[in-house]
Design a protein around this ligand. Structure first.
Ligand code: SF4
Ligand code: SF4
Length: 147
């Protein structure tokens, strides 16, 4: 990710957020991460995912999004079945221990629409006319009143 210094958050506007959530409170033992530099965007992995948690990432040309497309995995929904890592003809999906998966995601993800920086989220909120609550300002005001 180019904005590696930013805090990364889930994109609440991604269509994947409308899909069924993963059952259970604990994450699975393993989670899948795409090494996007080796992904050809062939979509083979998408067909074999039992919970539809692999999403396309459009390529850089707005008029031709399938050119140089890649995929990414919704870590919030992956159940760790390993189908995709076994199916990928280019061996570019690796299973990680859940605790390590987000670090691996940060290392291996070049472009994501599922997980975005806080600055990107602010821009999307502006586009959608959403005003985020001013939590920090309220807290500061409360502290001033208590002092
Ligand atoms: S490990 Fe299974 S659930 Fe997770 S993305 Fe791959 S195919 Fe889907
Ligand atoms: S099967 Fe492998 S190369 Fe094809 S889209 Fe999935 S991760 Fe990319």
């Amino acid at each position: 990710m180019s904005d590696s210094e930013d805090i990364i958050v889930e994109n609440p506007y991604h269509p994947a957020r409308l899909k069924p959530v993963r059952k259970g409170k604990k994450p699975p033992k393993l989670l899948a991460v795409v090494h996007q530099s080796g992904c050809t965007g062939c979509e083979v992995c998408i067909a074999g995912c039992p919970v539809d948690s692999i999403e396309l990432v459009p390529g850089p040309e707005a008029g031709n999004p399938s050119f140089r497309q890649t995929v990414e995995i919704d870590l919030a929904r992956c159940i760790g079945c390993q189908n995709c890592s076994q199916d990928c003809p280019w061996e570019t999906i690796t299973m990680y221990q859940s605790d390590d998966a987000f670090d691996a995601w940060a290392q291996e993800t070049l472009d994501s629409e599922l997980y975005i920086s806080e600055n990107q989220l602010k821009s999307l909120n502006d586009e959608h006319g959403v005003v985020a609550p001013a939590v920090e300002e309220e807290t500061a005001e409360e502290e001033n009143q208590e002092a």
